[in-house]
Design a protein around this ligand. Structure first.
Ligand code: ZN
Length: 557
């Protein structure tokens, strides 16, 4: 956990001042006079405070709307942006001269797993150091039921970034039906609709699903639509980790669009990708489906992380869903029964060949094995060899079942094509999201997306490869996700908006986290402000914890 080995990046070209000495001297003298002469301290002393709390000067303002950058200053008072102008001369408690670097709205991560880690590390360093100021939880159909205690706990804990959540369809189904593969009865659907409604009243931004996972995968489309209608009627959106991101990805995109269309609510393909080399290029058709849907008035959008590897636990990724029905005891029973074990093994071999295995066990990397941390970071082929087996697909599949039987591990799957990644990123309806939790520095071998998603887009895909423009990239991280979930007071640098701000150097901003060495913070981000408070500067997190719980459109106290 120690971070002492990490070299603090120096950003010598920042000039940061407390408010100017004459101002300070005047203030002190005046205050002293007041103390001596009068007892009417509070109002008169208040009048002597500088007009701004934070003044950021000489920035290239990339305002989040997609408009070209312009030169200017941004002034903050309290938690709000109070002035944006070519030049602002008023005094401020803190003046920061950013000398031509970018002033952008803080980044909004619409697909985060922040409840994994936020209570252990409320400062969320891996995210905030990239410029992220808002984390939205409850994706992939997974959220606490009910939602309220989570949001209350975050508010009580005091966290650095803002925090919001979706209500998860898989969790709702598990609550009512369990992890069982059967249709819901009308009474059960009614009960699930009630839980979704309560989640929306508790402050969810909409309904998430993980139709790839157990138990979401057991859900017929019509049942999802019935729940989506509830979220939609209350102003929420639908966001889905789709049923299949491999050979059946087109059918999954159609289903996601259908749920939005029939559920009458905005619908979003989350972390869109096409997995398995045989399916590469499929984004041409998936994006055409999204375009066709939008052309006929379906509000369908996309989010994405900028890596050619995905991550989820080994069992979910590499064994068939039927093998995991009913929970881990049922899974273990199937693994010890010779007949069902052979069936699982055959299906796992196929998945290693055609889907997340990418045809080679070395494409699979273990990220976290709680039962044996020495496996963290190792490749499946190497683990198979270490078990005394040739690293064939069959033996690797046997190793997969051995891992699941031992309590499973997190895994990373290098099976996404770069061309699809870039094509999806370029699409105007695609925003950027990490799919990451709050990462404790140095622990295990997580997917680098938690440390690098946003700065990787700005460094690799904007500056180095020119895939999208700087302004478009910032839009995909700020105004676009804000608008998607109805955060009308965040995501744009404009007077009256909440002061969530990221300052970064477009010439040096980059991700350093790799699949081999993920625990490396972002580079090139200079200052991060949440609700008007500086949370990161000079390469260091501050002690401020100004993050707020953000509530969705149907929230009632
Ligand atoms: Zn997911």
């Amino acid at each position: 956990m120690s971070q002492s080995n990490y070299p603090i990046p120096q950003l010598p070209n920042y000039q940061i001042q407390r408010y100017s000495s004459p101002m300070r001297a005047r203030h002190l003298i005046w205050s002293a006079t007041v103390v001596l002469a009068l007892s009417v301290l509070s109002t008169t002393d208040l009048a002597q405070q500088p007009p701004y709390d934070v003044l950021i000067r000489n920035g290239r303002i990339v305002d989040g709307t997609g408009s070209p950058w312009y030169l200017g200053d941004v002034a903050v008072k309290g938690d709000t942006i109070v002035r944006v102008a070519a030049r602002i001369d008023g005094a401020a408690a803190r003046t920061i001269d950013v000398r031509g670097q970018v002033i952008a709205p803080g980044f909004i991560d619409i697909h985060s797993h922040a409840r994994d880690g936020i209570f252990e590390l409320p400062s969320a360093d891996n995210q905030v150091r990239q410029g992220v100021t808002t984390l939205i939880e409850g994706p992939d159909g997974s959220s606490p039921i009910p939602l309220k205690p989570l949001l209350d706990n975050v508010a009580a804990t005091g966290v650095t970034p803002n925090f919001g959540a979706f209500i998860g369809q898989g969790s709702v189904r598990a609550e009512v039906i369990g992890s069982i593969n059967r249709k819901a009865t009308p009474a059960e659907i009614e009960r699930m609709r009630e839980i979704v409604k309560q989640g929306m009243l508790d402050g969810a931004f909409g309904l998430s699903s993980g139709l790839f996972y157990v138990p979401g995968t057991f859900t017929p489309t019509d049942e999802v639509i019935e729940l989506a209608k509830v979220a939609g009627a209350m102003g929420g959106i639908y966001i889905s980790h789709m049923r299949d991101e491999t050979a059946k990805v087109l059918a999954s995109v159609r289903e996601t669009i259908e749920i939005g269309e029939k559920g009458k609510l905005p619908t979003q393909i989350t972390h869109h990708k096409v997995i398995g080399q045989a399916n590469w290029g499929g984004s041409v058709q998936t994006l055409a489906l999204v375009d066709a849907a939008r052309a006929r008035g379906v509000d369908a959008t996309i989010d994405q992380y900028p890596y050619t590897a995905s991550a989820t636990n080994i069992g979910s990724a590499l064994t068939p869903a039927w093998a995991r029905e009913g929970g881990s005891d049922a899974t273990l029973a199937r693994l010890t029964d010779a007949g069902s074990r052979a069936d699982i093994l055959a299906e796992t071999i196929r998945i290693l060949q055609e889907e997340r295995g990418g045809g080679d066990p070395q494409n699979v990397q273990l990220s976290r094995c709680r039962w044996d941390p020495t496996l963290d970071g190792k490749r499946l082929g190497d683990v198979t060899k270490a078990r005394g087996l040739e690293p064939t697909l069959r033996n690797a599949a046997d190793t997969v079942l051995w891992i699941v039987a031992n309590g499973d591990c997190g895994g990373i799957y290098h099976a996404i094509g770069e061309e699809d990644l870039q094509r999806i990123l370029k699409h105007p309806a695609t925003m950027v999201a990490s799919d990451s939790g709050v990462t404790v520095f140095g622990r295990a071998n997580p997917h680098p997306r938690g440390y690098g998603t946003f700065v990787r887009v700005l460094g690799r895909y904007v500056r180095d490869l020119h895939v999208i423009t700087l302004e478009d990239a910032v839009r995909k991280m700020t105004a676009f996700p804000a608008q998607r979930i109805g955060l009308s007071d965040r995501g744009i640098i404009r007077v009256g908006m909440k002061a969530d701000i990221a300052v970064f150097d477009p010439a040096t901003v980059r991700d350093r986290a790799t699949f081999e060495q993920p625990h490396q913070y972002a580079e090139g981000v200079g200052v991060v402000i949440v609700n008007g408070r500086i949370v990161f500067e000079n390469g260091q997190m501050t002690t401020a914890r100004p993050g707020r719980v953000l509530y969705g459109p149907a929230f009632t106290q």
